[in-house]
Design a protein around this ligand. Structure first.
Ligand code: NAG
Ligand code: NAG
Ligand code: NAG
Length: 236
């Protein structure tokens, strides 16, 4: 009996440490009071990046980020947002340049479970060609834990055809093979290639709809890359 219990416990433990704890340490949840309104990615100790439309017309005093948790609604460190600096070209309802930086002047407490991820270098490390795969950090809608979803790049024509809309150069289009795709809480979350942030998930994300590509803010697009880089430099 105890042997069976032990084996069971081992399986549970194995599952919980199976993925490296630090894998998702850059992932943040953005909170309005206590409600998750979108995701964000920590890019330096003081800066996180997300979509501007998530924070549009929100009261800054009610905004927080939740860092260092991999289980939805459990644990983590809640930190006050001091300032939001959105891209100058963001003009809703237009969908372009839907990107904003979240500023935490005192910085987040860096640890094994809270760590920034670097943004992609301009035009160098990764070529965003059709078929290129990327990892997206997403909440598992059933298990309520953080996981990777592997996505692959769609070409412009394919993407426009599936989405029945055109998209602009400041965006990149990625889809997934299975039914496990990103969902509403994941808007603003990071798309990662080789350990570098390349994209930010735009809304709406079509939860679990096979072959429905999603749009991402393209960090490699020059006007966006420079905006992020200048702010990183100014804040360091
Ligand atoms: C996770 O990865 C980090 C850095 O890549 C490493 O230092 C750490 O030992 C790893 N932890 C586990 C449990 O594998
Ligand atoms: C996309 O753009 C093309 C060329 O400007 C236009 O003909 C087409 O109708 C647009 N498609 C949609 C869905 O807006
Ligand atoms: C996606 O994540 C997996 C598991 O961590 C890793 O092996 C793979 O190289 C990543 N893919 C990319 C394109 O970064």
């Amino acid at each position: 009996m105890s042997a069976i219990v032990l084996i069971f416990v081992c399986i549970l433990l194995d599952k919980s440490v199976g993925e490296n704890e630090s894998t998702h340490s850059y992932h943040l949840s953005v909170l309005e009071k206590n409600t998750i309104i979108c995701s964000a990615t920590l890019i330096t100790e003081k800066l996180a990046i997300t979509i501007a439309s998530c924070l549009h017309e929100k009261e800054i005093n009610e905004l927080f980020v939740l860092a260092g948790t991999r289980v939805l609604g459990v644990g983590g460190t809640k930190i006050k947002v001091d300032h939001v600096r959105r891209h100058d070209y963001f003009k809703p309802p237009r969908k372009s340049f839907d990107v904003t930086l979240i500023i935490i002047y005192s910085g987040v407490p860096i640890s094994a479970s809270i760590k920034p991820i670097k943004i992609t270098s301009f035009g160098e490390d990764v070529e965003l060609k059709p078929g290129q795969t990327a990892n997206f950090t997403s909440w598992d809608p059933v298990k309520k834990t953080i996981k990777h979803v592997e996505m692959h790049k769609f070409g412009t024509l394919d993407c426009s055809w599936y989405r029945k809309e055109n998209y602009t150069y400041d965006m990149a289009c990625y889809g997934y093979e299975d039914e496990d795709g990103p969902c509403s809480n994941d808007a603003g979350g990071g798309l990662i290639i080789n350990g570098r942030l390349v994209g930010i998930a735009l809304s709406p994300l079509l939860c679990g709809k096979e072959h429905n590509p999603s749009l991402f803010v393209n960090i490699q697009y020059k006007v966006i890359y420079l905006y992020v880089e200048v702010n990183i430099r100014n804040m360091s």
